[in-house]
Design a protein around this ligand. Structure first.
Ligand code: FES
Length: 222
């Protein structure tokens, strides 16, 4: 009797579907709603922003912005450091004394800090190593146009029977008192610099304003 009752109960359980809980139904309904939304609204998924992509873009943007700012700052510091201002000595204005310090026809005077000779040419000094007919102040860069040696004025140097020349110690290029080349491998005459003279006769040589030397050096005297 008991065995028959148990078999009947088991058969009834198999025949009847298991009861579904409310929780299970709600989950199923939610799942269907999500699927329906995805199919019914094309592009709904595409419009969603991937937080990983957004974060990556932000990090990359920050990196390149920071790099650009750093580079710009570096360029600014570089330019600020190398921009010439208030240049003193060679490359800028250099005081050259007073006109009274340079009698016409006297030997050139060397200004080492400005790398130039100042000479007051006397047109009557017609010897071969003389003024070449120039009249007035002339500033000559002491750098040899050949390979850059410093060219001294040698008042006792004798060249072709005449004393007093600029004579390069390196390869023998020789120049007159007006810096005109007469001998040696130098490709041109000595370069000249711009001269300013104020009302009181004070001389300033603009060592940064140079003109390549030429046979016309004597005409550049002021
Ligand atoms: S450097 Fe002056 S002659 Fe060569």
């Amino acid at each position: 009797m008991t065995s028959e009752t148990g078999e009947a109960t088991e058969a009834a359980n198999q025949a009847a579907p298991a009861p579904q809980s409310d929780t299970w139904r709600r989950a199923l309904a939610t799942r269907r709603t999500q699927q329906a939304d995805g199919q019914g609204v094309p592009g709904a998924q595409a419009s969603r922003v991937d937080p990983d992509v957004s974060r990556r873009a932000f990090i990359l943007g920050s990196f390149w912005t920071g790099l650009g700012v750093s580079l710009l700052g570096g360029v600014g510091i570089f330019l600020d450091f190398f921009y010439p201002r208030n240049v003193k000595g060679f490359g800028g204005p250099v005081p050259g004394g007073n006109l009274a310090d340079f009698p016409k026809g006297s030997d050139p005077q060397h200004f080492l800090s400005g790398q130039f000779f100042l000479v007051n040419l006397d047109p009557s000094e017609s010897r071969p190593g003389g003024s070449d007919g120039g009249d007035g102040l002339l500033a000559l860069w002491h750098r040899c146009p050949h390979l850059g040696c410093t060219v001294p004025w040698r008042s006792g140097f004798n060249f072709e029977g005449d004393k007093g020349w600029f004579r390069c110690p390196c390869h023998g290029s020789t120049f007159t008192k007006a810096g005109v080349r007469v001998f040696g491998p130098a490709p041109r005459s000595m370069d000249t610099m711009k001269i300013d003279v104020d009302a009181a006769g004070n001389i300033t040589v603009q060592t940064g304003t140079r003109t390549a030397g030429g046979p016309d050096n004597p005409t550049r005297a002021i």
